[in-house]
Design a protein around this ligand. Structure first.
Ligand SMILES: C[S@@+](CC[C@H](N)C(=O)[O-])C[C@H]1O[C@@H](n2cnc3c(N)ncnc32)[C@H](O)[C@@H]1O
Length: 216
């Protein structure tokens, strides 16, 4: 894609961009460029070492992600030779990202992209998934979060681990408190649905903890 085409498509997504990206010099969400809890910083500093550690221990790792930043994270995970199925109900930015990676960066983008509303889907079946990643998504699924976590075992019958990233839990907020975003909320929902807490990652001054659950 030439610069004009890139600009036009990027502009068409309006304020849907919520992380910093640089597409051949066209930058989106510039104000988040140095924000350590966001986008590529969050990936490189926090999530990548955790995923990398799992990919060494697991024989046929497959990852499932819900979310738009998956276009970036999914690409990075697939570079580790891990097959990635990525699910989101809004995949237009991811489709653009795929095109950008293939046409402009001349790299392969081997993520299996699925347009699915995870709260409404009835029949989902991936027997090649053994790690499910849910980064900064669970608290957006309310009031269906329990149902979704409950269904993981039938949708992904061979998964062993769920890796969740949360956010500020905003429990004091009157409207739409997000207790599921915090450590306690994530631990509780996993334990309620037959997972042991395998590990907890919390960092001082970093608002996005990570919890790993292991199916009992
Ligand atoms: C805050 S973003 C997190 C994206 C990414 N995983 C990350 O870590 O940056 C939440 C994502 O969840 C997706 N999402 C929210 N509700 C969904 C649903 N019911 N089904 C599928 N995707 C959903 C949104 O489209 C959005 O891409």
């Amino acid at each position: 894609m030439d610069k004009r085409t890139l600009k036009k498509i990027i502009k068409s997504f309006g304020d849907e961009w919520y992380y910093y990206y640089d597409f051949d010099g066209i930058e989106v969400c510039k104000k988040l460029k140095e924000n350590k809890t966001s986008g590529m910083h969050n990936w490189r500093d926090k999530l990548e070492p955790i995923i990398y550690d799992f990919s060494k221990k697991i024989i046929f790792p497959c990852v499932f992600d819900i979310g738009c930043n998956m276009c970036l994270y999914g690409h990075e995970i697939s570079k580790m030779d891990i097959k990635v199925h990525a699910i989101d109900y809004n995949i237009e930015i991811a489709k653009f990202y795929k095109r950008y990676v293939e046409e402009n960066l001349k790299e392969e983008w081997s993520v299996d992209l699925q347009k699915i509303d995870i709260t409404k889907v009835k029949n989902l079946y991936f027997d090649d998934v053994n790690i499910i990643t849910i980064f900064c998504v669970l608290y957006h699924l309310e009031p269906y979060a329990n149902k979704v976590i409950n269904d993981l075992s039938s949708w992904f019958p061979n998964h062993k681990y769920v890796i969740m990233q949360g956010n500020k839990s905003r429990t004091k907020r009157k409207k739409n408190p997000q207790s599921l975003a915090g450590v306690k909320g994530m631990k509780d929902i996993l334990q309620r649905h037959n997972y042991d807490i395998h590990s907890v990652y919390k960092w001082n001054g970093y608002q996005k903890p990570v919890i790993v659950g292991k199916l009992r």
